[in-house]
Design a protein around this ligand. Structure first.
Ligand SMILES: Cc1ncc(C[n+]2csc(CCOP(=O)(O)OP(=O)(O)O)c2C)c(N)n1
Length: 941
């Protein structure tokens, strides 16, 4: 054993265990001849070498050593070349360094800034020094490399070119061994960097000419108008071309893209296929009133670089739909929306649980470098990728990295080296690529695509380019980034660089390369002139009526025959033989049998019956939220858990006659991304009832951007709406300022032109009819429901089977027990406070007082409220009562409606919390006192 280096043998053994063919044949023979248990431990290795090693053949690649002098048997000695053994260890470290840190020496910046490099990448600085001579003696096969070369010396240039060229990789942080090995092999084998043939290269040049030509034409023709030029990351368009082509080849029928302003017009034209004429018309629209394109819905429209579009593209594998999601200025807000859209496309809602096939659609998110690292939404969205209820089989993220955010340099914008670093925490591989190497950029997409198909995870391509002009066309970049601006001004465009390369390589004649640019300019000019000619002859557009169509809620039949409800109720209580539910819970649920006869159908049961009845009507349902399977207040229990095995069973997915899917998922602890996701899903699945439930309504403001920009304004801006239903627990029960209010006032402030529906209903039957109406109404609109907490099980708020099998949702509930002829004071309130008033111990003392409920707050039920008031001829006071402070809750939003509805002589009185900075008291006793004061004031006691 003395002369034999056990460390070297151990290294070979490790390789052998990983891949038997990776070690020289002699060693393989040796290892294969040993009992397996010996191979697994160091002492075993020593024993093995003891038994077989002495005198064993010298490993391949080790320089022959002089024959050892004869020694007395049995011990014989193998002399090992220490320098070589050390060299192999250093070489392994070097390979590891290239894989881990090669990106630090890569040439990623088109503007030529020097990469920082890393000492671990320099063979001469390793110990022992990997001199050229030593490199030549180290067999590449020992290093588990996939680049060409027999020795390290031969492999090293390839290694450098692979990891430190114009593409660089960060993959070693990935925790899954199989993924790492696959990626290393894919990267080093160069499989995805196969050289393009001449025709492909000319086509690529043609695309770049088109991208550049369009930007230049728009800038010249519409001086100073914002176009958020793509120039500097032009290659994004051919990259998207490639991604779409590959998605189609993989069987996808849709690609859903989300992106911000930068390069969007170019993507619209060249990737989605919006005709030049339409884009030019929008530019003209900014200065020519006749050209203004009015929204069909009568909305107020949006700037041209926010509009979504859908196109059909021809690919080798057939046609594919390309959708660019509409989005607001709020950077990254569209990310989860795109994910939701893609998920909806990937889901077969004719199956009971919504069969999910991620091959059907590919989501692509294009991010700015400043936004990717700055906006928390990115992290929330990345966190969705591996979750059952949210996965889309992997998203292709493309960072359009122009190395500046508006006027802010990266040093001021992030604490990490790369914009993409956040993604590392999500086990996502990152491919950096220099935007001036179009072939490398396309290869990056190929690798990203292959990885997605193989592993179904997200992947990031960080496209490092620059921004040729200011943030927009009105900005002067030299005021804030003078050096950068000067460097860019002297830098040829990617089209020029690529054309020069192809001309130099004889792929395309110079004249043809120039012609490509002229062709696109001519095409744009012709489209523009044609458009201008049309202005004179087009009839003038009628003035736009800025009113969206009314909701049609009243026409929907929401009652369900009693027998059917009984049947569904029974089916919801069924569990299979193999399943043992929690006995206490089952007992509780089984009470749902008695309520059908005796009354007491609570919120949970009414909701379950609404869903079940919709499923058999063919309406798919998706409901998500934090702890939604059980329900925050333990009122739902839609998913049961086997007490012995932990297995789950969802009765709603096992209804006999259901012809649509029921998807239910506990969500991650996010509001912004989760509401965005459901908005996207619901917009792409208009036939489905999609619900998102807040843990407490108070937390919904974490998703305020989605509410303001998509849910409320989407219809007016983009003609986009949905049936998305927000269930927001709301009500003052003494649980403090963050467990009381779903900020009803915010929704009321956002409500106009019948864009959304807002309801605060007070009985389980009302909730039942409301849910059914929301699903069945021909006019889709988002619905915001203030849902109860205490009322979930309150006897007075429960309903009977008759309530569900007859009637409909009523926007106003009158006081059934009122003495109409004598009532002089009408209390009008909404939601839970009704029970505080109606059930108050001194209610009986308040003579001549009636208590009615406003169940739908928006659209305001004008007719029904007028009817209500007409029913009280002696009225002197109309008291609006709310639990919320006066600056919150409904009062400020509906006051004018109440003023309009009441006769002039009737006085409008407010009873509620006074103006407050915080929604509620922090102490239960303070709450009780205030609640009591409000009720007394309301009753006039
Ligand atoms: C949430 C949000 N905050 C601020 C802005 C204002 N804004 C518009 S573009 C921009 C810079 C974006 O930089 P980057 O993400 O690198 O994209 P680029 O414009 O450079 O392509 C900012 C701050 C915004 N649109 N959205």
């Amino acid at each position: 054993m003395d002369g034999l280096n056990t460390g070297y043998a151990a290294l070979l053994l490790e390789q052998f265990l990983d891949n038997p063919t990776a070690v020289p044949a002699e060693w393989r023979e040796l290892f294969e001849s040993a009992p397996p248990e010996l191979l697994r431990a160091q002492p075993g290795l020593a024993a093995l070498l003891e038994r077989f090693g002495n005198g064993h053949a010298t490993p391949v690649g080790v320089a022959p050593t002089p024959a050892p002098a004869p020694r007395p048997a049995p011990a014989r000695e193998v002399v090992v070349d220490e320098e070589l053994v050390g060299g192999v260890a250093a070489a392994m470290a070097l390979v590891k360094a290239f894989r881990m840190h090669g990106h630090l020496a890569a040439h990623l910046d088109p503007l030529g800034s020097e990469p920082p490099g890393d000492p671990a990448l320099e063979p001469e600085r390793l110990i022992p020094k990997l001199t050229p001579e030593l490199q030549a003696r180290i067999p590449a096969s020992l290093l588990r490399l996939h680049v060409p070369g027999e020795t390290l010396a031969e492999a090293l240039p390839h290694l450098r070119e692979t990891y430190c060229g114009t593409i660089a990789y960060e993959i070693e942080h990935i925790s899954d061994h199989e993924e790492r090995v696959w990626l290393r092999q894919a990267i080093e084998s160069g499989l995805y960097r196969r050289p393009l043939d001449d025709a492909e290269r000319i086509a690529l040049l043609g695309r770049l000419a088109r991208v550049e030509g369009m930007e230049q034409y728009l800038r010249r023709s519409f001086l100073g108008q914002k176009q958020f030029s793509i120039e500097g990351v032009d290659v994004m368009v051919p990259m998207l071309d490639e991604a779409i082509e590959l998605a189609s080849a993989g069987g996808a029928h849709e690609v859903v893209i989300g992106m911000a302003h930068r390069g969007r017009l170019n993507v619209l034209a060249h990737v989605v296929g919006r005709p030049y004429e339409v884009i030019l018309r929008e530019f003209e629209g900014e200065r020519t009133i006749e050209a203004v394109v009015s929204s069909e819905e009568g909305g107020t429209g949006d700037v041209k670089y926010h509009l979504g579009a859908e196109g059909t593209r021809k690919t080798e594998a057939g046609e594919i739909t390309v959708t660019l999601a509409s989005n607001p200025s709020h950077l990254e807000a569209v990310d989860p929306v795109v994910e939701g859209r893609a998920r909806a496309e990937q889901t077969d809602r004719s199956t009971r649980d919504g069969y999910h096939d991620p091959t059907v659609a590919l989501p692509i998110l294009i991010h700015g470098d400043a936004a990717f690292s700055g906006q928390g939404e990115v992290a929330e969205t990345l966190n969705l990728q591996g979750l059952d209820g949210y996965s889309t089989g992997g998203t292709l993220h493309l960072i359009s990295n122009n190395q500046v955010g508006f006027t802010t340099d990266p040093e001021d914008a992030r604490s990490t080296r790369y914009s993409s670093d956040l993604a590392k925490g999500f086990d996502v591989p990152i491919i950096h690529v220099n935007a001036d190497d179009p072939e490398a950029a396309v290869a990056a997409v190929r690798l990203a695509n292959a990885y997605r198909w193989r592993f179904g995870h997200d992947v990031v391509v960080d496209l490092v380019g620059y921004r040729r002009h200011g943030h927009n066309e009105q900005d002067e970049p030299a005021y804030t980034q003078p050096l950068l601006a000067a460097a860019i001004a002297g830098h040829a465009t990617v089209r020029e660089l690529y054309a020069a390369r192809l001309v130099a390589e004889g792929v395309v004649p110079e004249a043809r390369a120039d012609e490509l640019v002229r062709e696109v300019q001519a095409e744009l000019k012709a489209a523009h002139e044609e458009l201008k000619r049309s202005f004179g002859i087009e009839p003038e557009l009628a003035p736009v009526e800025h009113r969206l169509p009314a909701t049609s809620g009243s026409t929907v039949h929401t009652a369900v025959p009693a027998e059917r409800l009984r049947d569904l109720n029974e089916q919801l209580l069924r569990v299979p033989d193999w399943f043992t539910p929690h006995p206490k819970l089952m007992k509780q649920l089984e009470r749902r049998r008695e309520t059908l006869n005796d009354g007491g159908i609570d919120w949970g049961q009414a909701e379950a019956l609404a869903y079940a009845s919709l499923l058999v009507d063919g309406i798919p349902i998706r409901i998500t939220g934090q702890d939604t399977e059980r329900g925050t207040f333990a009122h739902r229990h839609a998913v049961l858990h086997d007490v012995n095995t932990g297995a789950t069973f969802t009765p709603m997915q096992h209804l006999d006659d259901a012809v649509a899917s029921f998807e239910i998922h506990n969500s991650p602890l996010s509001e912004y991304a989760c509401v965005g996701f459901e908005y996207g899903y619901s917009a792409a699945a208009p036939e489905a009832l999609v619900l998102w439930e807040a843990q407490f309504g108070d937390f919904v403001n974490g998703a305020q951007i989605v509410i303001d920009q998509f849910i409320s304004a989407g219809l007016s801006k983009w003609g986009e709406t949905s049936r998305l239903t927000l269930l927001l627990p709301h009500g003052y029960e003494g649980n403090g300022p963050e467990h009381s209010s779903a900020r009803l006032e915010r929704f009321l402030q956002l409500a106009a032109q019948e864009n959304i529906r807002i309801v605060n209903c007070s009985t389980s039957a009302q909730y039942f009819h409301l849910l059914r109406r929301q699903a069945l109404d021909a006019t889709a609109r988002p619905l915001v429901v203030m849902t109860p907490k205490g009322l979930l099980r309150l006897k007075q708020a429960s309903s009977t089977l008759d309530d569900l099998s007859a009637g409909a949702f009523r926007p106003v509930l009158d006081d059934a027990s009122a003495d109409r002829e004598r009532a002089t004071r009408l209390i009008l309130c909404s939601g839970k406070v009704y029970y505080d008033i109606a059930g108050h111990e001194r209610r009986g003392e308040a003579e001549g007082v009636a208590v009615a409920r406003l169940e739908q707050l928006y659209p305001f039920p004008v007719k029904e409220t007028a009817e209500l008031l007409r029913g009280y001829p002696e009225l002197r006071e109309l008291v609006w009562v709310q639990e919320e402070p006066q600056n919150m809750g409904p009062f400020r939003a509906i006051r004018h409606r109440l003023e309009e509805a009441k006769p002039g002589a009737v006085q409008l009185v407010y009873a509620g919390r006074p103006w407050r900075a915080s929604p509620s008291e922090g102490y239960p006793t303070a709450h009780l006192r205030e609640q009591d004061r409000i009720v007394h004031a309301a009753l006039g006691l």
